[in-house]
Ligand binder design. Sequence first.
Ligand SMILES: [Zn+2]
Length: 312
Amino acid sequence: MLHVFTHEECLAHQPGPQHPECPARLDVILAALRNSPLAIDWRQAPLGTKAQVELAHTATHWQQVCAAAPETGLRSLDPDTHLSPGSLRAALRGVGGACAAVDLLRALERAHAFCLTRPPGHHATPDSAMGFCVFNQAAIAALHAQRQHGVQRVAVVDFDVHHGNGTQDILAGRPGLLYVSTHQFPHYPGTGSGSENRLGKLHNVPLAKGLDDESYRRLFSQEVLPVLAAFRPELLVVSAGFDAHARDPLGGLQLTEPTYGWLGQQLGRIACEHAHGRLLSVLEGGYNLQVLGSSVVAYASGVEEIMTTSTV
Ligand SMILES: [Zn+2]
């Protein structure tokens, strides 16, 4: 069963008329899911709390975001990251949704919870907003699972075309956490080379511009799946960005929808084999409105296929 956490307040984050991270992204994803054959349990993402934000971020970051939230107009946190009057509540729906999704998964088995909120999160560092991201939902979810539920090992897998520098920074050095990322390199934000890797804690898989479906699947099978299997996560958190699609305006990779379906199958299988089928996905990037909805449906369908048929 797919459990979707979302909220209409996530549409009120409006970072400017020409900004690629636009409210229509969420509209096309939700419409594609409603028109898909997937059985969906729709849930309202609650507002996150200061305490949840501070699982991953400094008190200074919380104060700076709250102080910057404008009553009218736009306020910039970095050259790409702008707050509108609805942005703080939108970002807090992402935080609250991710934590509520973890709470739900702890009570279920073979369940996929998908946080469809915006703004995205994986570039947000412990003390700063960055690259469209305000609060780091994936890192917060992983830390919430450890703190509130005593989960020993949480793996965060990130297949967005950009490296999740914020998630890496937040999780680095904390026990029981693994971050694995495939991303175009070199590319924004500039981090994520293989030389940063640390056995059992951090595994970056930098990808050359132009990489196609077949090569991506081969690298993912060789580089990512064995690292996840060796870690044996009790919960799998996925930073699900869809900007590695061939038609995405911000990425230079060549993935297509069938590979997102394949990714869903692979990650669903890891969750079933090690984590009682507990898989949390949080939306990161994906900026072509023509292919974003179909990419999300392909991914969620891939997960569902494994969750309903796996005999593990
Ligand atoms: Zn991205």
